[in-house]
Design a protein. Sequence first.
Length: 315
Amino acid sequence: MSKKPTFTARLGEWAGDRIASAIWAGRLRKNPARDTVPYAKLMSIGGQRYTRDRPMIKPTPSNLRRFSRTVYARRAINYVKNSVVGLRWEVVAKPEVTESAEIKRQIETVKKCLEKPNTDDSFRSMMEQVSEDILVCGAGAIEQEVGAHELRPLWLWPVDALSIEIYAAWSGDKSEPRYSQTMGYGNVGGTRGITLTNDQLIYIKKDPSTDNPFGLGSLEIAFSSINRLLSTADYAGNVAGNSQPANILQFPGMDATTLDFAGSVSRNRATGTNGIHDPAGLGPPFVFCLAVVPERHTGVNSLIQRGLHHLPDVP
């Protein structure tokens, strides 16, 4: 069990944090100003750029989540996700850090925080959710908060990446909100989201670019290709399930007994039933093709029309 820090140690830690914040603030004042505009293409036509007090939501199709549950997309997502979350991991000190009893204590504390990031998740279940969002939405979001218990100082929660809006004009100030979580399907009707600072949320982008502050998911890239495969498979399934015979056989002069015999032969062949049949007396059938033939094949169409005239009740 680790030793409880003394009042002097806690006071030194508190003072150190304040001094570090003051140094950081001084560095910000000395930083050079930027002349270019981030995400310039996101400016409106009228010249009004995005404002600091208004977050931007990612223009992602709302049905992307449902689309990720289709057979092709789910197979690819699980293949990548399970390969990542199944890897073994460990917490170690940096090469330039000399390992000591205090370093070992800190490593053990970090390991415990990661093994049980919150009351519901393990490290694997949390990373499964985050990896899913990275592949589907192009970003993974994890909320992080610091607790009061010294043995459990860090708490982590996975967050729906599609619910996160980004303040594109964030200045870099730690006290200024950088993210906002939407409620329901968007902050509409006067409802405002939950603002989060840069220290509160870990936002992992996949394939980031200078075009927009969001990432690009693998499923977004493959959306059209997978949708084409699903549409083709659905059409083929409907055609096969609702198909009609492409041909009709007519046996001129055949009586009812012989016709029933011919039908039993066809059924036995279709079901794989063994039987001895005598095809004598059936005669050559007249074949009528009912398949859809393009209009440009006029010769074939006329042949079908001539054959249909031999059917009863067909004018």
